[in-house]
Design a protein around this ligand. Structure first.
Ligand code: GLC
Length: 801
């Protein structure tokens, strides 16, 4: 079977010339002589959807990927034609559809420059094996074009020259370049001529992407079934492409509870209860902050989901309550495989209600997972999802578990060569019955969705917390994610770095790796370096496999324990900054991590950088990814940046050597930043504090920073009980002005800001707060320059000489 886009004319079929066109408000239909229909939907001025039918008829329009909350509407839509083309014009894009070939090209409506054009464009092959079509799209790869995104691919940030497949796959101990792994996120962004655009190929069949791998000047994508159905998303800024893709496929429905942004400790498995307590107590004894403890499969009775092994955990509710009293939230694993056991009520009920997936000829699909032989709920049926949500009542409402970890949901099946269901398994697909070929890639997302709804219901009025291994585009609406079973090697530390960046660029910011590596055991140095990186990922969890020894922060000796504590403390200090970044993410889709190309696409030196990234908006991070390092060379993006550890100011736009002994990782703060910091707590909510710190990094010029806050849990923030503070810093030679603007009704417990000034180029001679002079004794001019003031100030003005 031909599965690539190579011009093997014998298999490929092509649209012929357009013979009919009509427009229905935002939808334009072009029909060719050989009965191909191209339906162009103008979603927004910068987002155009292209859908092709090869038989004159479209399938029912249904997508798990696109959210019903996606923004629609445009300012302008004009369709004209000339001899050769139809011309569709919005305020951002001009799209040409060629009459003879149905080929499409897209131009910037403002400067008329080419953004993207079809090479062959849409073509297809009839699938003799399965029926339907193998649908294909090929586009010209423009000069110096680069590609990014595509979810969890374990490769460098720039995808150019590579070919990928999307088929969610259980990938124990995957390696660099293993493809596919757990997720299927058919979205990429590209940049050429300083114009960035994205393509979201919303097709859940196995999809393929080729970024000038097979042919230098061609980028193509194709699927083993379904329709050619893709969204073209124009920037020209890459950040706007990602924001628009995230708008289309959805932002998280709610902010995570703040504790979920704390540090999490996991292991396969902590049991019995005494061992769990030993771990949590050691965290408190050693004063390493931690908010969540995980129970892997061994908490269950014979790996039956929604049960407890009463030998190891005689009274789960008491244990969970005691852990909570000590500041630990309990997160438990739940897998999709339900043990075949007529005595087991979850199994019995699903069997009676006929909720399990079946093969084409009728029998249930039986597969081996941890509990032995299992059946698997069809999460693509709404009533099955409702039932599944209901199963969480006892765990969440009664026992008090705060988070659920969905694993093995590719779905993973053991002891079969393809590691999953056979292709013929039937799924409801929300009323669009289909085979596993179509449902495989969204199975995990639908499971996480059902879990999310259960937690949302039973955790109410608190916020739910879910984590998933498998995901399709849009899963970010319901859940956080981790990258699966990585390995304790230096190479994997770099992979984790790239995956987290790539996930953020693929609309999924709430992601992290198994810190330290899942398989095998890290040495202390690797563990320390991985913690340093991990505290800058939105999801921050240490996890390791059953067979490879202990991986708690204290097992590598005192030096490493101290380094881990230092960095976990830093994470807790920066929680208000992370929370603000998260708020931006759910508010407008701004990714929490930004690869340098996304941060500054105009600077071509960023297009191939993989190691450095921006955390939030103003912190530059570059992990140390090799042993015995005393520092490293790294690229500093344009602008001026303060070394976080030394306050040295460096000019970017170039590579620099940066010192970083084992207890240091290169971190830089953008000049002009106002960086909010909490005092160190052992867990979120441990302390009531009266002040928080604002680190102000002097800039000769202006910079704006934000600080979002709310009750850190619950939904009051959706009713206006949040606060959004904007700090505008204006630095002059002998002056510094900080103006604060506050929006929202929330009033945090603390009353004061301790403002710490970094690198003021003048000695302070006088200070005004809201135009009133204050006495200078207030300011400590010894080592640091700092002042403590009421948090509701509107203007702080420093004068110097
Ligand atoms: C899978 C998961 C891993 C988990 C293990 C046992 O390998 O990826 O995180 O610990 O199963 O449940």
């Amino acid at each position: 079977m031909i599965v690539n886009t190579e011009l093997e004319q014998k298999g490929n079929l092509f649209p012929s010339e357009i013979i009919n066109y009509y427009k229905d408000v935002d939808k334009l239909y072009f029909t060719t002589k050989n009965n191909v229909v191209l339906k162009v939907t103008v979603v927004r001025d910068s987002v155009i959807r292209f859908r092709y039918a090869t038989t004159g008829k479209f399938e029912k329009d249904f997508s798990y990927g696109v959210t019903i909350h996606a923004s629609t509407g445009y300012n302008k839509l004009r369709v004209t034609e000339n001899e050769t083309h139809y011309i569709i014009t919005t305020s951002k894009l001009v799209c040409l559809v060629e009459k003879l070939s149905l080929q499409v090209s897209l131009y910037d409506a403002i400067d008329n420059k080419l953004i993207n054009e079809d090479e062959i464009g849409f073509h297809w092959e009839e699938s003799y094996e399965f029926g339907g079509d193998i649908v294909k799209m090929s586009k010209v790869c423009q000069k110096a074009e680069s590609y990014y995104g595509l979810g969890d691919k374990p490769v460098d940030v720039n995808l150019k020259g590579k070919r990928f497949e999307n088929w969610a796959t259980d990938s124990y101990a995957f390696g660099k370049n293993t493809d596919p792994i757990y997720k299927a996120i058919p979205f990429y962004t590209a940049i050429q001529d300083n114009k960035s655009y994205g393509v979201f190929f919303d097709n859940t069949f196995k999809t393929h992407f080729d970024f000038s791998h097979e042919r230098r000047n061609v980028t193509s994508f194709w699927a083993q079934g379904g329709e050619m159905n893709y969204y073209f998303i124009y920037g020209p800024k890459m950040e706007d492409v990602v924001k628009n893709y995230t708008d289309l496929t959805g932002k998280p429905h709610a902010l995570p509870p703040l504790w979920a942004l704390g540090f999490h400790q996991c292991k396969w498995s902590y049991y019995p209860e005494s061992n769990v307590k030993k771990v949590t107590n050691t965290f408190r004894d050693l004063k390493i902050p931690c908010d969540a403890i995980y129970l892997d499969i061994d908490y269950m009775d014979g790996f039956r989901c929604f049960t407890w092994d009463k030998k190891y955990f005689p009274d789960p509710k008491r244990m969970v309550t005691e852990l909570e009293d000590d500041g630990f939230k309990t997160v438990v694993i739940i897998d999709p495989g339900i043990k075949i056991d007529l005595e087991y009520d979850v199994f019995k009920e699903a069997l009676d209600k006929d909720y399990f997936c079946k093969r084409a000829d009728g029998p249930y699909i039986k597969g081996k997972v941890w509990p032995g032989e299992c059946y698997f709920p069809d999460f693509t049926r709404p009533e099955v999802r409702d039932w599944w949500s209901g199963l969480f009542q006892e765990l969440i409402e009664d026992i008090g578990v705060k988070g659920v970890w969905n694993d093995m949901n590719e779905p993973a099946v053991m002891d079969v060569p393809n590691k999953s269901f056979p292709d013929d398994v039937r799924h409801d697909f929300d009323g669009n019955p289909c085979s596993h070929r179509k449902a495989h890639n969204i199975y995990g997302t639908q499971m996480a969705r059902a879990t999310y709804h259960g937690l949302k219901k039973y955790a109410y009025p608190k916020r739910p917390f879910v984590i998933t291994r498998s995901a399709y585009s849009g899963a970010q609406r319901y859940t956080s994610t981790w990258m699966g079973d990585n390995v304790a090697t230096w190479e994997h530390l770099a992979i984790a770095n790239n995956q987290a960046q790539r996930m953020a660029m693929s609309g999924f910011s709430f992601a992290g790796s198994d810190i330290g590596g899942f398989a095998e055991q890290p040495q202390g140095e690797l563990f320390a370096r991985w913690i340093q990186l991990g505290v800058f990922h939105a999801f921050c969890r240490v996890h390791s496999s059953r067979d490879h020894g202990a991986q708690e922060p204290w097992v590598f000796g005192e030096e490493i324990t101290d380094i881990v504590r230092k960095f976990v403390e830093l994470r807790y200090q920066l929680l208000p900054y992370l929370y603000t970044s998260f708020w931006k993410y759910i508010n407008d889709g701004t990714p929490i991590l930004k690869s340098l190309v996304l941060y500054d696409q105009e600077d071509e030196a960023t297009h191939y950088r993989s190691d450095e990234f921006i955390y939030g908006e103003q912190i530059l991070v570059c992990p140390i990814q090799e042993p015995n390092a005393k520092g490293r060379r790294m690229y500093i993006p344009r602008g001026k940046w303060y070394n976080f550890w030394t306050d040295e100011l460096v000019e970017g736009g170039k590579e620099l050597w940066v010192d970083a002994d084992l207890d240091i990782m290169p971190i830089f703060i953008k000049e002009g930043t106002v960086l909010p910091k909490y005092p160190v707590q052992q867990f979120v909510g441990e302390m009531k504090f009266d002040e928080i710190t604002l680190d102000v990094y002097y800039k000769n010029g202006q910079e704006t920073s934000k600080l979002y806050d709310d009750a850190h849990d619950g939904y009051d923030y959706k009713k206006g009980r949040f606060s959004l503070r904007t700090f505008k810093v204006t630095g002059k030679k002998k002056e510094l002005i900080i103006q604060q603007h506050k929006r929202g009704e929330f009033n945090a417990n603390y009353t004061k800001f301790n403002i710490v000034f970094h690198n003021l180029p003048f000695a302070i001679t006088s200070i005004q707060i809201d135009n009133a002079a204050i006495k200078l004794e207030n300011i400590n001019t010894a080592e640091t320059q700092a002042i403590t003031i009421d948090k509701e100030f509107t203007e702080l003005h420093l004068f110097g000489n």
